[in-house]
Every structure is written in C-alpha cells, then in structure tokens.
Design a binder for this molecule. Sequence first.
Ligand code: EPZ
Length: 420
Amino acid sequence: MDKLLISGGGPLSGEIRISGAKNSALPILAATLLADGPVMVSNIPHLHDITTMFELLGCLGVTVTMNEKMQVDVDATTLNNHIAPYDLVKTMRASILVLGPMLAKYGVAKVSFPGGCAIGSRPVDLHLEGLKLMGASVEIDGGYINASVDGRLRGAHITMGIVSVGATENLMMAAALAEGQTIIENAAREPEVVDLAQCINTLGGRVSGAGTSTIVIDGVLSLHRGSYRVMPDRIETATYLAAAVATRGKIKLKDANPKTLGAVLKKLQEAGATITTGIDWIQLDMEKKRPKAVSFATAPYPGFPTDMQAQLTAVNAVAEGSAVIVETVFENRLVQINELNRMGAVISVDKNTASVTGVERLKAAPVMASDLRASASLVIAGLVADGDTVVDRIYHIDRGYECIEEKFQQLGAKIRRIPG
Ligand code: EPZ
C-alpha cells in the first residue's frame, strides 16, 4: 500500500487550482441514467471513487467515454443490466445513488446493500422509505436491495426524519421522472444538491427549491441529452485553506467558489486568517501568525461541514488556546484524534465531543489513515510536525483528493508518495 512521507516545514505559499467536486460528480454521473441520450459531464476530478462510478456504470451496460480534457460522455441508452454488484458497492457507498434513477427510468433496480464504514453505520432507510412512498416495492434479500415499480413512480410528499444528502439526491432523481409532483421536506441544502438539481433541469427536469429545506419536483416523461460542468470541490478548497492556516502561510486557490464555504471561511477568519475572495478564487493569508483555537460543532449545510471537522481539529492541535469540537452528523468521526495524539497533540474525547489544547508544534510519527477526511487531517498534522511523518493506508486519500502530493508540493510542502 502506498504511503505519504511528509517532512514538517514552514508556511505554505503559492497558488493551486481546485478540482471538480467529488460529492457532486458522483450523483450527477448517476443522474445520467435518467436521460434518453448522451450526457457530457465536465470538470470531473480524477479520483478513485469516480473511477469506481465509471466501473459501476459500465457494469450496467452504460457507455462511458472520456476525452483528453477529462470530459466524460455518458450514454445510458445502452444500459442492459439493472444490478449494482456487491464488489463495487462495498468499495464505494455512493453507488446507492444509482438506485433512484434506475428505478425511475427502468422500473427495476437491484443494488447491493451498502455496508457501514469507519465513520458510522451509514444506514439507507431514508432512501428506501422515500422510494416506497413513491410506489416502489423494496425488499432486502441476500444482501441486495431489490426495488421495482409497475409503470412509473408516483410523486409523493416526503418529510425526511434526518437531513440526508444522499437520500435527498436519490429521491430528487427518482422524482424527476415520476408521475406528478414530489415535495421533499427537511431536504439537505448542500451545494452539491443544488448542483445536481441544476444538472437535472439542464436535461429538461423540473426541480425547484434546491438549496432550501423544501424541494419541489414536477415529474416529466423523459430527460434529454445535454452537458453539465461540475461545481468546484468545496471540501478540497477548505482542506488546503486549513493547511495554510495551520502552517501560518499565504495561498491562493483558483477555480474555487467562496459562496459555498460561508461557515468555513468564518471559522478560519476567527482563527486569525485574512481572507479575500473573488467570483472564482479565494486567498488566505495568516501573515505568519500562529492560529487561534476555534470551537465549532458540525451541522448540515449551511452549518460547519462534517467533512471539514478532522482538518480543523488538526489546525486546533497547533493553535493558541483551547477549543471544543462537537461532531453531530456521524457517530464515529473523531477516530483520527488517536493518531493526532500520537503526534503529540493534546486532545481528549468524550463521546462526540473533543477538547483540544493547542501545542506549538507536533512531533512526526508513523500514522494510519482511517477515512478520507481523517487522512487529510494527518497530512496537515505532518506539515506542522518536527521530523518526517509517514501516513499509511493513503488509498483513503486517493478517493477524494486529486493529485494531493503534487498540489501540496506546488504550495511548497515537502511531501512525496512512497510506493507500498
Ligand atoms: C454525503 O454522505 C457525503 N458523501 C459525505 O461525504 C458527507 O460527509 C455527508 O453527505 C454529510 O454531509 C457523498 O456525497 C458521496 P448523509 P451521505 O446521508 O449522503 C444518517 C466525504 O468525506 N442517515 O447526509 O451518506 C447518516 O447515518 C463523504 O466526502 C440515516 O440515518 O450522508 C448520517 O448520520 C463522507 N439514514 C446522517 O444521516 C439514511 O437513509 C447524514 O448522512 C441516510 C443517512
């Protein structure tokens, strides 16, 4: 298994380009199953999870062709199989996102039941309950979700018990071709949900209210061919900003969208960062100052994103003062703290709350990644540790960060991949 070797150093400086958003590209690629013709999707990041989604679409018989500009043409009219197999779903839970579109377009879908992962049990009950309300019959058999509907799905009024990004996306895609109107209450408001809604509307869908808690979808008979450009990755953006804060640096991120990062930018300013923004760029300058510790609690958008909790915890580990961090979205998403403490951090955990007292510098150590964002927090920790830190199991990182060592090298970090 590959590892990353990071030599602790000084402030990050320079500028890099932000890639397309993984968590927008994945549902958008699933949504291409709804269309009656090829859909060209651009600004797709080159990530392991995206490759897995391509494999899954290929497995369904969908034609996926990529041009030299990493633009992907997805033609679902060649679909000849309705089964999303265990070996693909087990490597990427987001495979569940093909369930809604496949059911809506073809009336049948068989998707391996996604297991939990390091950060929690990750149930899919909200996805299945919503589809049942739309007239689908759903059975679990032999580890598979078997879903079917006679004729078309029917619009329904769905109130989500918990704010769920994936369930909102799955049900929005299913409703796009359902008969009549679907209303999703307590819907997720994430920018990736908005991006998906805009893509569906580009293909002839009728989705309104995306970005608010109530999304209204008027089903149409079919969606046509089209093209769509995926939004910039807000979590990749925030990760590099957090690394610049921890290392007291000054960086500029191009092809970023500051409008999707309100809660994060506010917290980083509280930590002492000077942030300036444009339509498609963000500059952060710590003026070589040590960050101040900032307390926060994660929450669904527009709250502070759970996908940035591990990274800001790493910043707090070397910040001035103490802070309290509360993880409210996932039940087991503080696991990276054990590894940070092995690097000399002073963090105690009580259930879903972490209390951090910052230290001036961490100490390099061999550490192990447990999930995508925890891996990113260990890279940040390595940048502000004395000595050489080796992060193992970085296949987690390759799922969500395009060219991570090249981008950090461009910002002046001493980081390289060691083939495992
Ligand atoms: C999406 O996961 C993201 N993944 C996650 O990013 C992100 O952390 C999460 O949303 C929250 O923002 C993708 O978009 C591919 P949820 P998702 O459904 O949709 C519970 C990353 O690092 N729940 O919003 O799976 C669930 O257990 C990844 O890029 C149910 O109880 O998250 C959790 O506690 C990690 N029943 C809460 O809702 C359900 O049917 C929020 O989960 C569905 C979810």
